[in-house]
Structure formats: C-alpha cells, structure tokens
Design a protein around this ligand. Structure first.
Ligand SMILES: [Zn+2]
Length: 149
C-alpha cells in the first residue's frame, strides 16, 4: 500500500502534543502544527508515548521504526545519533519514533521490552522486525531495507 505514493502519517507536535496528520512526502515544505502553528520536524525522530503510540503506528502509511529507550541507558545514547541520521536520510520513506520506556511503561510491557535499546519496525501497524541492543548503522539499514522490501 505504500507503493501508491501516499505517505501520510500522524505525529504529535513536539511543542503542544497535538496529533497532526502530515504528508511525509512534503516534509521539505515544513509543515506546522494545526494547533500551535509551530514547525513539525519530520527529518528527526518523533516522540511517541502510551497515549499516542497505537494511533501513530497504525496511521502511518510508511514503515515506522520505534526506538524503545531510556535516558539513563548508555547504549541508547550511542544509538541516538544513528537514529537521527536515519530519520534525516530516509525522511518520507520511514517514520522514526522514540518511546521513553520509563515514561511509557504500558507500551514497553505490551511489546515485552526486556532490554534497551530495542528497535522495532512496524508496517501496517504490525511488528515486522526487531533488533536488541545498540547496532551499527549498516545492520539497521539492512533491517529497514528488509522491512521496506
Ligand atoms: Zn503544536
């Protein structure tokens, strides 16, 4: 279904939390939040939480890569710049999201997150790939290519 060219997703505004329906194919045109009018950056990871996880993952017309992390986790910090780069380089074809497992424990429990970071790719709302621990970028790219293919 991603092949139709429609690349819409629902993401929360980093400033006010309002969920916005955005067109990832138009990320370069710098969409703004419908509520607070501040910019919605689509070329960096978006935040998801217990409150909006299901909606964001189910609504996305492109695969969603979710980083289950915690602020105190060293390997998560190593992974962060890699995820920033992937979000930037694959804008429009992959939505990169981050879930703080301390703040959103219900979602972390539901997906049986036993170690962090855990990286899960969702497609059409369903888990299609999972990697545990900090992984090098080539392995992450391979995981995404398999999920996109
Ligand atoms: Zn806003």
């Amino acid at each position: 279904m991603e092949a139709t060219g429609s690349r819409k997703a629902t993401v929360s505004c980093a400033f006010c939390g309002k969920l916005n329906r955005v067109d990832l194919a138009r990320a370069a045109q710098k969409p703004v939040c419908g509520q607070c009018r501040r910019p919605i950056a689509l070329d960096r990871p978006v935040r998801v939480s217990d409150a909006d996880f299901d909606r964001v993952v189910a609504d996305s017309q492109v695969p969603v890569l979710v980083d289950f992390y915690a602020d105190w986790c060293g390997p998560c910090k190593m992974m962060a710049p890699v995820l920033d780069q992937v979000a930037h380089d694959r804008v429009g074809s992959v939505l990169v999201a981050k879930l703080d497992t301390d703040a959103s424990q219900a979602t972390a429990r539901r997906f049986k997150i036993a170690s962090i970071p855990t990286l899960i790719v969702f497609r059409g709302g369903r888990e299609v790939a999972r990697e545990l621990g900090a992984i090098p970028r080539p392995r992450l790219e391979a995981m995404l290519n398999a999920a996109l293919g």
